[in-house]
Design a protein around this ligand. Structure first.
Ligand SMILES: [Zn+2]
Length: 321
C-alpha cells in the first residue's frame, strides 16, 4: 500500500511539473476500447470480458515512464536526428540499427518502432503460452505504442513546437482536441485484418505520421495569425492554480484547419491496434482463449494505478529529450 501511494505521489508530482501525455489518457482509452470491438468472435469474448483491465492498462506505459527512465524512449522517434540515415533507419531491425548507430544513440533519439515490434512478439509469445496476465499487459502496451506512432509530434525532435515558438502544441493536438471533440467522431473502422509484414506496417504508420507534422505546426501558425492574440489563450482553473492554455475558440479553429486529421489518426490507431492484436493471435496458432476467460480481478504482481480522475489534467514532459 505504501509503495502504491508513493508511486501515485510521484506521478502526480510530475504531472504538476510537466506537460502533455501521448494521446492524453482520454485518447488512449478510446483507442483501446474501440479496438476490442473490431476483433473476431474467437478473440472478442476474452477481450470484452477483460476490457476494463485492458483499457486501464493502456495508459500504464505512460505512467511507467515517470518511474523508469528507460520507458520514455519507447514512445517516440526523433526522425530528423538520424541525419543521413533518416530514410534508412526505419528499414533496419533492432540489431542492424544498434550495429549501425549504437544503442545509446538509438535510445537518445527514441526507439518507438522497435518498441512496437518487440511488444508485438512478446504478445505473440504470451498468446502461445496462454498466459492471461501477459496477454493483457502486452495487448495494452502494444495499443499504447502503436497509437503513439500515429501522433505526428511523436516522430519529430520538435515534439512540442519548442524550436518554432509553439510550446503547448503537443497537448493541443493529442489531448485538447480529442477531449473537446471525441464524442462527435465515428469509430467504425471495419474488422481487424491480418498484416503480412509487421515491420512494413510500422514503417508506413510512422512515415505517414511524420509527413503530417508540417501541417500540424503550420496550421497552428495560420490560426494564430487569424485570431486576436488575447483570444488565443484562456485560463483554466486546476485546483488552486490558474493554468494558461489554448482557448476553446482556438482549439475549434485549429481542428477545422486540420480538416479531420486528429479523428483520422485516432481511427487509424484503433484499426492498427486491432490488426496487431489479431495478427499476433494468428501467428501464435489461434489459441483457444475461452479457457482463459477468468475474471476482472487485479494481477498480484503488476499493480495498475487508476488515474481516471487525472484525464482532464493529463500532462507529460518528454523525460528523455
Ligand atoms: Zn504525446
Amino acid at each position: 500500500m505504501k509503495k502504491y501511494l508513493i508511486v501515485v505521489f510521484i506521478f502526480f508530482g510530475l504531472l504538476v511539473a510537466t506537460h502533455s501525455l501521448p494521446w492524453g489518457f482520454h485518447g488512449h482509452k478510446i483507442i483501446a476500447k474501440n479496438a476490442i470491438f473490431i476483433l473476431p468472435q474467437e478473440m472478442l469474448v476474452f477481450f470484452k470480458t477483460n476490457s476494463n483491465r485492458i483499457i486501464d492498462a493502456s495508459i500504464q506505459p505512460d505512467i511507467r515512464r515517470y518511474i523508469y527512465e528507460d520507458e520514455g524512449p519507447n514512445h517516440y522517434i526523433d526522425l530528423e536526428l538520424y541525419g543521413d540515415k533518416e530514410d534508412s533507419i526505419l528499414f533496419m531491425s533492432w540489431d542492424e540499427a544498434a550495429n549501425s548507430i549504437g544503442v545509446d544513440s538509438l535510445v537518445a533519439r527514441g526507439i518507438l518502432p522497435w518498441a512496437i515490434v518487440r511488444t508485438y512478439y512478446r504478445l505473440t509469445d504470451a498468446f502461445r503460452d496462454k498466459n492471461t496476465e501477459l496477454i493483457l499487459r502486452y495487448s495494452a502496451d502494444l495499443c499504447q505504442y502503436i497509437s503513439d506512432a500515429h501522433v505526428p509530434l511523436h516522430t519529430t525532435y520538435n515534439y512540442d513546437g519548442q524550436y518554432t515558438g509553439q510550446e503547448g502544441i503537443h497537448r493541443l493536438w493529442e489531448s485538447l482536441i480529442p477531449e473537446l471533440s471525441s464524442e462527435k467522431y465515428s469509430y467504425w473502422v471495419g474488422k481487424a485484418e491480418y498484416r503480412e509484414n509487421i515491420y512494413a506496417m510500422v514503417r508506413k504508420v510512422i512515415l505517414d505520421s511524420h509527413s503530417r507534422q508540417d501541417s500540424v505546426l503550420t496550421f497552428e501558425k495560420v490560426v494564430s495569425g487569424s485570431i486576436r492574440s488575447d483570444q488565443k489563450y484562456a485560463f483554466e482553473r486546476r485546483g488552486r492554480n490558474e493554468v494558461k492554455q489554448y482557448s476553446k475558440e482556438f482549439i475549434e479553429l485549429y481542428e477545422k484547419e486540420l480538416n479531420g486529421m486528429v479523428e483520422h489518426q485516432l481511427r487509424a490507431s484503433i484499426k492498427a491496434t486491432g490488426d496487431l492484436w489479431y495478427t499476433s493471435w494468428i501467428e501464435a496458432g489461434q489459441p483457444d482463449l475461452s479457457s482463459l476467460i477468468t475474471s476482472e480481478k487485479q494481477s498480484g504482481n503488476q499493480k495498475e494505478v487508476s488515474l481516471d480522475s487525472a484525464k482532464t489534467t493529463s500532462n507529460r514532459a518528454r523525460i528523455h529529450n
